[in-house]
Ligand binder design. Sequence first.
Ligand SMILES: [Zn+2]
Length: 401
Amino acid sequence: MKYIFVLFLFLSLYLEADYIAGVSRVKITPQYSVYLAGLGNNRKSEGVHDDIYATALYLSDGKTRLVILSLDLIGLFYEDIEKARKEAGRKNSLQSTDIIIACSHLHSGPDTLGLWGPNEFTSGVEEKYLQFVQQKIVEAIDIAIKSAKPATLKVGQTTNSEVAYNSRDENLLDPTVTMLFVEDKNGKSIANIVNYACHPEVLWSDNKLITSDFVHYLRELTEREIGGVTLFLNGALGGMVTPKVKEHTFAEAKRIGENLGQSILKAKESQEKIEKTKIIHRVIKIKLPVENPKFLLAAQLEIMKRNMEGQAVDSEMHFLDIGGKLQILTNPGEALPKVGLALKSLLSTPYKMVIGLACDEIGYILPEEYFATQIYAYESSMSLGPKTAKILLQAGKRLLK
Ligand SMILES: [Zn+2]
């Protein structure tokens, strides 16, 4: 009888165990003019429309601890991410692989990869800015961990076909908006994670102001209506999932951001609580061959400062299962919708996320058969090569085993 009582006590404690969560938001706006990344060479910023940020969520089930960061940047190379993660990990007793850093792929922010300098042969990266970002990542992780408290997790899902379209193949798109809502024990919002695929490029090459594009308006609306901080995590946005706009203006960025924001409010109405407190987190290190001579040359000339020794790059992928309700797979670049959908099909929970530009930016990730086609010539020229997609899918399968 005594044992049954102990067992009952243990079970009830187990069932009532909480998630633990903390958030932070740290400004990463450069205080000087920088080369703007994403659309063409020699675009120097002439001011700031809205600040850009590193937003972090610390999450734990009491055993597994992890941090997810969303950065308003075009992307960061694995080596630069690793530097920041190691430093943050040392301070907080975390492995660097406990930290997932994803970029929104912003096209009106500083060049952090090197491809958009004054000309094709000169890097646009301001070294002091890159170091500043690394410090701010460490700061964001510290604050998020220090602010941790018991939390409840809820998931929501809807679709939005009004915001994004695939300019290469109109019939191929994943319009799913998947949400993870994090609340404290009083039901007050801590964080809202949004996973949706779309290039933040409403503002175009004529814009010289730093802005997080539609993500800025999406955050404004959702944080006002729901509370907490919103982390935008891009999906399979490659070749070429782009905003459906009439013109490249801030008014259109607002319309797009708020339209997606409304979808999130809709997803919240039918949100479901994650009852089970358990996080499974697995990581896999991968080596990807670099078959693109343009990338090899850019690395050799130090336009792109990343290690391509042996004509390959190191990278990694993550798998998360949160309470058996939400599964997440990350990929290190810009997967095309077909690759994104293939990765998503590996997941088995009712709610699924495929997060792009996570822990790396390797360029576009195309299905092998697209390399022979003219329509994907640009994406092919900005990719490692035809083998990447298959390697990522194999790694995804291994993570799920
Ligand atoms: Zn892109």
